[in-house]
Ligand binder design. Sequence first.
Ligand code: PMP
Length: 389
Amino acid sequence: MNGQPLVYLDNAATSQKPQVVIDAIAAFYQKDNANIYRGTYELSQRTTDLYEGAREQVAKFIGADRSEIVLTAGATASLNLAAFGYGLPVLRPGDEIAVTAADHHSNLVSWQEAAKMTGAKLVYLPLDLGGKVDVERVKKEQIIGKKTKILAIAQVTNVLGTNQPIAELINLVHQAGGVAVIDGAQAAGHLPVDVKKLDADFYAFSGHKMLSQTGIGVLYGKKKLLEATRPLFFGGEMIEEVGLTSATYKKAPYKFEAGSQNVSGAISLGSAIDYLTEIGLDKIAAREAELGKAAAAGLRAIPGVRVYGQGGGIVSFNLAGIHPHDLATALDTQGIAVRAGQHCAQPMMNFLQVPGTVRASFAFYNNEEDVSALITGVKEAKEFFHGLR
Ligand code: PMP
């Protein structure tokens, strides 16, 4: 990039893909491509088996049953399905939806709209300076209480990488009689996830952030809740019987998968899951945290750099007096790819009282040389900008 070797540090936006995943996609199109559920012929049956096999792999990956796995277009589609398929029918005026300022727009805005349409209200949970929910205050002030119908929160936030105390929060919302929708977009593929242990009611994530192709994602939902969730898309293959004025629908998860599905996406997700599982999610979590910590320490040692937070492989920072976009552009001239701006989390920028941040996000396949490149890059950028003064 710009004549330099690429140092890819935007893994929280999307991951790079291992060769096995790319090969799995190619092999599917070379040998197994047909449409699914059209199974009067062998090839279509084989394609269907591959697609359903991927659903099974996803289920195993997060400790769920295959009937609880809806394959979607990504975390955004999954969160919209939770908000409009589940939320709309159950929310009433005055009901509360607990969210945080640290959440991604795809979570926040979906629930904002569901609230507007139903007369429900968003309630923001208090955060400490590190962007973590202050559970003690939530308990003391009973912020999650009788009116809370839904808790909708990221397990790991995308700006600071904060690991939220979701087990405690899920417990609180259950005591209040509500349900927990967990945005796992920055968690799945980065740490072990067991939806049953967490007792999450819904759990959303994207394939492309965990080594698979784009356009595939997951909404896990407890069986009973998926049954209560309305489909958002209607069409082929999600129906049971179609009359002239109405139709009946298949059981979950099939009622949510209208039309031709993203088969190669599902296969690539299954392949990515195999790859991640073989390495081990504990090992991945430890390695990403190690790289993130090393980067945060190196950045903090540069006078003028402020690190807002680091969790796992994610580090958000700024250089005094330099706009984050300018710093990211300077890093790009050195081949270093980072994200700068609001990170689809405007309320979080207001919370941090900054127009934006620079975010470096490490994956397990990054290494210490990448950490050094970032630190040297920021130092060089600082000298360059100071030279302009
Ligand atoms: N939630 C979080 C925490 C995210 O980081 C992202 C992606 N930036 C999303 C949701 C949305 O994921 P996607 O764009 O893959 O739908």
